[in-house]
Write a new protein. Sequence first.
Length: 320
Amino acid sequence: MKLLELVLTINFPIFLGWIFKQLKLFPDKESAVLRKFVIKVTVPFLIFRNLYNADTKEFSQMLPMIASLCLILVFSAIIVVSLRNLSSSDKTISNSFCIGSFVGNYSYLGWGVLSYFYGETGFTRGVFFSMFFWPVVLSVGFTIVWFLSKTSSGKASKDKIIHALTSNAIPPVLSAFLAMAMNFYGIKIPEWLAKSIGSIANITIPAILFTVGLSLSVMLKKDTVRPVVLGTFFRTIFGMIIGTAVLSIVSFCFKDIDITTKKVILMESVMPSAALSPFFADFVDSDKEIVSGIVTFSTLFSLVTLPFWYFIIEKWSSLL
C-alpha cells in the first residue's frame, strides 16, 4: 500500500469519529461506553487471535519490547519534569505539561497505526510493548505526581489504581498469556470458534481509530498555547530522540532483536499523548483543559508526523 493510501486509510476512521462528534451523534457518555467495549471486549479477542496464530519464534521479542516501554517511560518522565519550567512558571500549568506529556498512546492508537504500517507482525510487537502498560504507566505516573506534589496521593488514589488495573489491564493480559500458552502447547480450537474470534477481532482497529476521532476537541485558550505546543512537540518530535537512545540500549542488551521490533520501538516513541493522561490530573494541582489540549493537539499533529516518521524509518532501515 502506498504511503498516501496508508495515511488516508488510518485517518478516515478518525475523521469519521470527529464528524460524528460534531453532529452530536455520539454524546460523551456513549463514546465512553464504546471505548470500554473496545478495550475490554474486542482488544482481548484481537490479542488472542494474533498471539495464538503467531510464530512462537516471535515470543523472543517480548522482553526487548517490555524493556523498551519501561525505558521510554522513565526517560520521558525525567525529561518532562526537567523541562516543566519551560512551559510556564505557574506551578499548575507546568504540572499539567508534565502530566499530559510523559506517556504516549502506545496501546490504543499505537496498535491501530502499527497494524496498518507493519501488519499483524507489527501489531504483535505492539502488544508485547504494551503488555504491562497499566502497571508501568501507573507506577511512573504516580511517581511524577508524588514528585510534583511532595505529598502522598492517599487512599483514594490507591483505590483508583487498583480499579484501573483490574478493569483495564487484566482482560488483555490474560488474553495474551492464554493465547501464548495455547500456541506453545499446540492446543487447537474449533474452526467455528476461530471464525467467531476473528469476526470480533476485526472490529478492533477501525473502532480504535473511530473513538480517537470522538475524543478530539480543537478549542484552546490563549494562556494554554505554550504548554500544549511544547507537549505536542515533545511527544511527536522529540520522542524520536528518546526512542533512538532506548533502541541503542535495548539492542546492546538483547542481541536477537529483529528489524520489525526495532521499527516498532521507534514508532512507539513518537506516539501522541495518551488519552488516560487526564486521569493523573485528579491527584496533583493541574489544569485538565491543558492536559486534554496536549492529548488533542498531539493526536492531530501525529496524523502528519507518524506517516513522516514511518517514511524516514523505512528509508533508513538499513542502518538499524
